[in-house]
Design a protein around this ligand. Structure first.
Ligand code: COA
Length: 429
């Protein structure tokens, strides 16, 4: 068997041999196919990049049919159970697990870069009282580029490394302050004696107590949620980071684009929709009628189904377990009972089985966030903090990939051509 594709252009009768490498053909090879000398080469039309690889990547592997997710080759289940978020962040960014010295240095560096310039606090205070925290996060991450103008020098490895540390370190500070802003509470400065996730909780919830002490079970659960969200290969926000990053802009601007992509309801907003759905169902007795409505196509069972996973989303299994730990501390959210019953019924129902619809990461995460007393607008901010190392790993890979170019897709032009402009003094008479 030859690893190539023979394409016959029926417009000309000409045949072309297109090499196949790693299960892909190069769009540029297709571009060599022309119906005439002066005609443009054949292009590929793929809105939403449904079947187009945009890069080579060694960061994250997903097998959607088997329900497999691996960061740098390590299964998500092992990382969620045995590692912690900062070690996973190191793994994603550096490509391998740290030695003890490397880990200690990494944690030290991140801990000591959690503070932001006082002027950041000043402009965050200038947002409206009801500003959405994602809008505040997006703006403040982008603004960090003005505090670190040297970050534009993306060809320097040491420079890239320090910006990555800064961004992972400052994201919880910016996220927590956007939360405090909406509540009209004073911003809490980072506490370097606390772990990454404990410090985040302290900046969110500390009031007048001299030291904020979080329940270790809650810290572990939130840390696990960060791990589960840390990367997901070429998803919409990673693609936004890469696309903007391909212009060779600084990493703060590229990550701000990722935050913007995550802000959209099709990407980061599904867990909020799950909560709304569970509240609307209201009680277990209403579930059969709801399921009938879904099967009749009147609505969707939110938190079920995934573009990539056609089997149980491995992250959903881990989150389900984290639910138990969190509810042990906070008391059970009555919506959990409805969620569990819904899942049980849906997993046995032919409609869902036939379409390979299983719970995804968002089915239970909203319940956990609500148990922490986060308002729904904060859910996506939590996602963004967890996703930051993934965005940066993808960005880092992009900056060192010699094959990458500025992202600039083609289009199929459907508009008018060659019209003649009439000046307004003649057109508006
Ligand atoms: C995630 C999602 C957008 C993936 O969509 P997709 O891969 O494009 O799949 P499709 O929309 O083509 O769905 C395939 C079939 O399953 C059905 N389906 C998909 N998700 C469904 C859901 N959550 N509830 C009911 N039916 C669903 C579709 O109606 C379609 O049925 P049909 O073949 O009879 O027309 C989709 O499953 C969804 O909307 N889920 C709910 C929202 C959600 O939880 N999003 C978070 C994702 S992490």
């Amino acid at each position: 068997m030859t690893d190539s594709l023979t394409v016959r252009d029926n417009r000309t009768g000409q045949e072309y041999e297109v090499p196949i490498l790693d299960g892909t053909i190069r769009a540029a090879d297709i571009g060599k196919i022309r119906s005439g000398e002066d005609e443009p080469g054949l292009a590929v039309y793929d809105p939403g990049f449904v079947n187009t690889a945009s890069c080579r990547s060694s960061v994250t592997f997903i097998d959607g049919d088997k329900g497999v997710l691996e960061y740098r080759g390590y299964p998500i289940e092992q990382l969620a159970e045995q590692s912690n978020f900062l070690e996973v962040a190191y793994l994603l960014v550096h490509g391998s697990l740290p030695s003890k010295d490397e880990y200690d240095q990494w944690v030290h560096n991140i801990t000591y870069h959690t503070f932001v310039h006082e002027n950041v606090k000043g402009f965050m205070e200038g947002f409206r009282y009801d500003a959405h925290p994602m809008g505040m996060l997006m703006a403040s991450v982008g603004a960090l580029s003005t505090f670190y103008p040297e970050s534009r020098n993306i060809s320097d490895a040491d420079n890239r490394a320090i910006q990555i540390i800064r961004m992972i370190a400052k994201m919880p500070t910016l996220g927590a302050w956007s939360f405090r802003h909406a509540q009209g509470k004073p911003y809490v400065y980072p506490d370097n004696a606390l772990s990454y996730t404990e410090n985040f909780l302290s900046m969110l919830f500390k009031m007048s107590e001299p030291k904020y002490e979080a329940d270790p079970r809650l810290v572990k659960a939130l840390d696990t949620l960060f791990i589960l969200h840390a990367d997901h290969e070429q998803n919409a926000s990673a693609n936004a980071v890469r696309s903007v990053g391909s212009t060779q802009v600084d990493p703060y601007s590229a990550v701000a684009a990722g935050v913007g992509a995550l802000y959209g309801p099709l990407h980061g907003g599904a867990n909020e929709a799950v909560l709304r759905m569970l509240k609307r169902i209201g009680s277990k007795s209403e579930i059969p009628a709801f399921i009938e409505g879904v099967k009749n196509g009147n609505e969707r069972l939110m938190g079920f189904g995934h573009r990539v996973y056609k089997n149980y989303d491995p992250r959903a299994k881990i989150i389900k377990k984290a639910c138990d730990d969190v509810f042990e501390v906070t008391g059970v959210n009555p919506l959990l009972e409805i969620a569990q019953e819904l899942e049980k019924i849906a997993l046995e129902d032919e409609y869902f089985v036939k379409r390979k619809l299983y719970p995804n990461v968002d089915f239970y995460s909203g319940l956990i966030y609500e148990a922490f007393q986060f308002p729904p607008e904060m859910f996506t901010v939590l996602f963004a903090i967890g996703r930051t190392p993934g965005w940066l790993a993808q960005w880092l890979e992009l900056t060192q990939d010699k094959e990458q170019k500025i992202a600039r897709p083609k289009q199929i032009y459907t508009g008018s051509r060659g019209l003649t402009y009439t000046p307004t003094d003649q057109r508006w008479v």
